[in-house]
Every structure is written in structure tokens, then in C-alpha cells.
Design a protein around this ligand. Sequence first.
Ligand SMILES: [Zn+2]
Length: 300
Amino acid sequence: MNATLLSPPDAPAAADAPVVAASDSLAPAPAGVSVPHTVPLEEIADYMSHLLKHREIGDYPGAHNGLQMENRTGTVTRIAAAVDSHERVLQRTASTGADLLLVHHGMLWSAGGPCTGAAFRKARTCLDANLAVFSSHLPLDAHDQLGNNALLARAIGLPSPQPFFVEKGTPIGRRAEVDWSLDELLDRLGIALGGEPLIVHASGPGDTLEESIAATRVRRIGIITGGAGNSLREVAAEGIDTFVTGEGRHDSFGTAVELGVTLLYGGHYATETFGVKALAEHVAERFGLPWEFVDVPSGL
Ligand SMILES: [Zn+2]
């Protein structure tokens, strides 16, 4: 990942990034003990919010893009990335020693309620582990280089993917023109997602699904990572004949049949692992920190 390419115009270059001393003590670390590189949490959070255009890009009220949970020290030595921020993710992350977790689905979708039950336990897990949480929802779907959609499009080799499907004022999906068999698309998706997608409907003629798959061509493909199956009508109205998304409601099958659109569900989780990994990799490289992906698949 090229850090220069991703640098916003007024962001400091990596080499200029101020680095806080790892310890308040002036005494050198004992021989053989490595002092972790430490970066102010606020500096990393501001950098990511700027990079992802959090101020400019609209989102749902519960998204709360940006820093959702501070940590006690206000510093970062190790980054983790995950798709979600439910209790199991936070517990796994706490065991990694990370002090900053980057997620796509934040902790505050139901914010405003009492800090009891799971909400309290999650806050306690973060505080006990000195774990900050930063979330980016639609901005991380839409980003040209780090976004879920751009990266899934790249992973399956879409030629010249273009932004499409405006959500809260920003086109988040990617579309492209190809001339592939459906089998070829399924192969590409299987490799990119680590498993073949669910074939909800193949639009080619045939008495069985197998016959329809064999008879289906893919020409105008649209990708929207996550849960956009219920937006099939809007997607079809944009001329898409093959729609790849994460998941959707039961009635999306009937809608796909009636519209004659091939509909594939690659999994909400599987289609949205790309952005957080890319963001963590980029930020870790820029600030000289280690990172890891905390994989807690939902199976959906
Ligand atoms: Zn999602």
C-alpha cells in the first residue's frame, strides 16, 4: 500500500509524524527489553477521519464515524482490525494486546440507552484492556483505495470499476462492464471471499439452477458490500444485470426473478473484511506500528 498515494494534501508525511517517547522515564530501557513505539491516539484518529472524509460523507445516525472509545493512556502501540465490535470481538482483541481497534460496524448503533448489560461489559472490556475503538461505516465502503467496494472490485479483477449507488449522498458501490460466464464470476468471487457466494438467482434460461448458471452471461455487474440485497430494484434501475452484495431478505429472490437480474450473496461479513484490513495496514505502516486482523466471522 503506497502511503504517499493515500496521504491527504495537508497531512504530515510519515517521517514528520510526531512520536511520543515510549516512557515518561528518562532512564533507558533495560537491555533486552524492547520499548514499544508509541503514537498519540488523537493523532491517528484525526489522520484516519481526514483520510476517510468523515466530515464530508453522510451516514446513518447510529454510525458515529470516528473515535468511539478512548483508551486510558491516550496512546497507541498496537493496532487491531475487525469487521464488528460486539462483545466477542472486543474480548478477542483485548487478548491481543492491541490498544486501538479499527472496525466497520461501530459500538454505538443503539447509543443513548443505559450503560448496563452488554453495553457495560463492552465498556469494561475496553477500559480494562486500555483499548480504544475507531469506527468507519459508509466512508470505509466508499473510499477509492481503502474501501470495501473498491477492494472487492479489485480482488475479482473488475476492469475500470466506477462508483455507483448513492447512499446518504455518496456513491458507495462499484460497477463495471465485463463479458464473463457466471461460472467465471463465481470462481473469482470464491477466491476473493474465501468461499463461493450464495446463488440466489441466475438469470439465464434453464429448467434447473445448474442449467441457468451455465446459460448466464455477466455483462453489467454491480457490487455493494454488506447488506444491500433489499436495494435490488434501485440497482436494477441503474442497468445492472448481475448484482453482488453480502446479504438480503427472503423476498429478494422473487424480486430478482421478476427483474431478470442475477443475484449473488457473498456474505455481509466476508464482503466487508477488506476495508478494515486495508485501513489498518495503511495506518500501521504510516505510523510504524504492528497490526493484526481479529477474525470473528458471523457466518452471515
Ligand atoms: Zn455492513
